[in-house]
Design a binder for this molecule. Structure first.
Ligand code: FES
Length: 143
């Protein structure tokens, strides 16, 4: 039996260094590299109600990171343009697991576009819903 703590520990290992997965449960990957999502940025300390998701530097261009604790996937389709979507797959509700050049749900193989969350390959019947974000002080935050 896998405990919640055990599952998070596994996710932390998958994320690599300083992922903060014990808090965020991130599972982010960009093209060719694992990417930690570390919300421990100056923006996180700034307060103001916005929820930090990831440091801009940790979001690969053309890829993204999954921030499981916030049910969010953050992408950077082109340099300097950030998007966020729900991380809950529209097929049967699994959390999307990775981001390569697509957002990937490993439960049944659906993939979604990093630019707009649209379905690239099913069985997912609908796109991932976009979330409002802001970018401040080198971090992406839920608005
Ligand atoms: S729940 Fe994502 S593909 Fe089935």
């Amino acid at each position: 039996m896998t405990t919640e703590l055990g599952r998070r520990t596994v996710l932390a290992s998958a994320c690599g260094i300083a992922c903060g997965a014990a808090l965020t449960g991130c599972a982010g990957y960009g093209p060719g590299r694992a990417t930690p999502a570390t919300p421990g940025t100056p923006a996180a300390a700034a307060g103001g109600g916005a929820i930090p998701l990831a440091a801009v530097a940790d979001i690969p261009v053309g890829g993204g990171v999954v921030v499981a604790a916030q049910d969010t996937v953050v992408t950077q389709p082109v340099e300097g343009e950030f998007k966020a979507f729900t991380a809950t797959c529209t097929h049967q509700g699994c959390l999307v697991a990775t981001v390569t050049d697509t957002i990937n749900c490993v439960c049944h193989g659906s993939t979604f576009a990093v630019a707009d969350g649209s379905v690239v390959a099913g069985p997912a019947p609908a796109p991932l819903a976009e979330k409002a974000i802001t970018v401040a002080d080198g971090a992406v935050l839920l608005a």
